[in-house]
Design a binder for this molecule. Sequence first.
Ligand code: UDP
Length: 499
Amino acid sequence: MQNALRIAKQDEEKETFRALSPTASFRRTFLVPRFMAKSPLEIPGPLGASRKSRWLAGFRRRSHPTLALLGELVPRVFDIVLSASLLVLLSPLLVMRAVWSHHQVGSVLTATRLVGRYQGFFRRLSFAGSGRFRDLAVWLNVFRGDMAVVGPRPMTAEEAAAVPVEDLVRFTVRPGLISPFRIRSRIGIAHQRESAMDRELVYSQTLKEDLGLAARSIVSGVLGGGGTPRETPPILNFFGIPVVNTTMNEAVDWVVAKAAGTEKKLLAFVNPDCLNIAWKDPDYRNILIEADRVLPDGIGVHIGCRMLGQALRANVNGTDLFPLLCEAAARERLPIYLFGARPGIAQAVAENMVKRFPGLRIAGARDGYYKPEQEEAVVDAINSSGARILLVAFGAPRQELWLGRWREKLVPSVSMGVGGLFDFYSGRIPRAPVWMREMGLEWGFRLMQEPGRMWRRYVIGNPLFLFRVWRQAKHPEKFKLPEGAERLAPAVPLESRNT
Ligand code: UDP
């Protein structure tokens, strides 16, 4: 029986091999008339197991070489048409800029040697000298085919040498002016490795996707402040509350390091809504001022930073930090306690995260709806669970006030308030799609999900926050940071704006 099965399997493999051989595919593609073409292979899934779509599956298979050729040609034609149109339309400006460069430094263009497609070098052009419109010369690179409109960022030789093997596919396409990494960096959500994002781009690139990225790039350029260089202080000041200006990786490392230690640390995330609450609520404000770390969450804080003439390194929000923290906690064997949200939600999060990060220890999970007289027992349960990291998800300011009240009694080394995070990771509420996040519109998605509860927070709260920041920018002397806030600055130097 075993033998018969093996022989059947071998026959099947031979058949598959024959069907996939280059001669067979050539014959199917070019020689066999369409009505005679019959697929010897039954491929399950969208390529056509069903009888009805068999002709479609056959058609798709036969069109592969044509589609591959079109896939290469269409984006290139798009790049040529766009770059040529821009070069013609902007020609008066380009000529003026060329004259200005020549007048300044005696030459028109300068070139930087960068790594392009198939890891070959190319010279990225810009106008010589300083001043505006320097980068417009790069459209010549696009026209010539050194670069594309959308594609992974061209790298220096050193950067290219550091790309891990699994991401080398990023070099199979032309480097581009627009990439998801660039868009996300501007908004402050480039928390993944750049080359991994590039790899995703290469595998998902279509003309439609490219047009979407171009649109998102415009929005993120406006919101994120484009390339204007700004001061990037280690501590930001929002209404006198010190907010640590750091990267996602540094924040995760900080939590892990503190969780392994014995000192107790309190971490909070603040978005414009939290800062609006802190403006009026002195108890919440004091907890934030005394916390060991307050991290910036959301596009509102990003825009606020720009209004204060500063740059935000990254949007270090709890929702993006959570999976990275779980990964690090699994590696370092640091148990986590999940406390908050509706009954069953924290448990669902625990199950999901353990599945995703084998080795992760969830010391306990319980909902955030309990009677006041149960509170002491809840704290005892957390303390006896062995958790080193405690996540409290009641929403601001409740979670911070609760943590402030129990701070002395709680045993876990790091405690943090994480808002509605469990609702996302349990799957109860979907998170905004990436394209919305890339445009800084996650709040818009939350508003659509729960307009009744959220309209006050966003429709009134966001402009109010920006108005308050504007006031702070006008009268900085009224919003001084507390003495010794510098001690909160990250210990490691953070040159890059992201990761
Ligand atoms: N919550 C809770 N106990 C309460 C009230 C609320 O655990 O007594 C939970 C609620 O189920 C939700 C979270 O707190 O999961 C608050 O979510 P929200 O969206 O308000 O948080 P944020 O927007 O601040 O992230």
